[in-house]
Design a protein around this ligand. Structure first.
Ligand code: BG6
Length: 295
């Protein structure tokens, strides 16, 4: 998972759970964080003097090939169910595969990791394209992510992706997302499949599963009970997904405790559905997300 001769100060390899997953622990004067090699997934991040930024399920599966519930999984190269093959894993294979640490450096106190996943025989079986994905993780006062996707093949390919961020809340029923009012969304809970208008902020009144496309993905998640907020600043992202499983769905998820839905919500940034990305051969494209905690 790492071919680097040495790691910079503040970064060390660790085991995650007891089933063979590995990752990196970050402990610097600016922040503490935990990153899993499987999925290139940031599991935890805490800037010094601030509350933990991300939610990680206490019942998360930590085992090879199982999605980890929490942190920031990367959905890639498709979002949600596979577009044509229901047997394939939801949200793509990137979150289930081991990423390689290609570089790690300290710059002005912030740690910068480059994690790489590229096409091999197993990924070509699932998705027949020669891609190279690099996830740049910036760990300083703020957490920032940049996804770079290169098409190293001879034909164009399409992909969708999302930074599937899980945030902790005191009470999801007293939280809201600002920045999406007036846009339309696909409500995944509405079987008609009609787009609906978003009036006012998004609230998590029970199960919520809305996909906004063609929007500025910059928005703000407010935790009213704590009087704190996270601002999501992105570039290249045109989709936002707001998700909370609510009590019934949470009870059906083996990797969530029954009441956990009250203490979390997902605000996901990416390009999905109509915002799917087409990448010509030889091209490289980049998307970024920075999370700023307020108060
Ligand atoms: C969200 C989807 O992005 O992820 C939801 O909009 C889905 O429909 C949720 O339930 C969690 O997905 P998973 O595969 O991690 O359980």
């Amino acid at each position: 998972m790492s071919t680097l001769p040495s790691l910079p100060d503040g970064l060390r390899e660790v085991s995650l759970g007891d089933k063979g997953l590995r990752g990196w622990q970050v402990d610097t004067p600016l922040c503490r964080a935990l990153v899993s090699a499987q999925g290139g997934q940031v599991l935890a991040f805490q800037s010094r003097g601030r509350e933990p930024l991300l939610w990680l399920s206490p019942a998360a599966h930590l085992a090879p090939g199982l999605a980890i519930r929490g942190g920031i999984p990367l959905c890639f190269p498709w979002f949600g169910p596979h577009p044509s093959d229901p047997r394939q894993s939801a949200h793509g294979f990137a979150r289930l595969r081991e990423w390689q640490l290609a570089s790690a450096r300290l710059d002005a106190g912030a740690l910068h990791l480059d994690l790489v996943l590229q096409a091999d025989a197993a990924t070509r079986d699932l998705w027949p394209h020669d891609f190279r994905a690099t996830l740049h993780v910036g760990l300083g006062h703020h957490l920032s992510l940049q996804l770079e996707v290169a098409n190293n093949g001879t034909a164009a390919f399409d992909f969708s992706f999302a930074f599937h961020s899980y945030f902790p809340l005191i009470d999801s029923r007293r939280a809201r997302i600002e920045g999406l009012a007036g846009s339309t969304c696909l409500d995944q809970l509405d079987p008609t499949g009609h787009r609906r208008h978003q009036h006012g902020p998004v609230r998590f009144d029970g199960e919520t599963d809305r996909i906004f496309t063609g929007v500025s993905a910059d928005c703000r998640l407010l935790d009213e009970a704590r009087n704190s907020a996270v601002r999501l600043l992105s570039s290249g992202c045109r989709s936002v997904i707001a998700w909370n499983p609510g009590p019934e769905k949470a009870a059906r998820l083996a990797d969530m405790t029954p009441s956990a839905w009250q203490g979390m919500a997902c605000v996901e940034s990416g390009n999905v559905k109509e915002d799917t990305v087409s990448l010509p051969p030889g091209a490289v494209v980049r998307f970024a997300l920075t999370l700023h905690q307020e108060s």
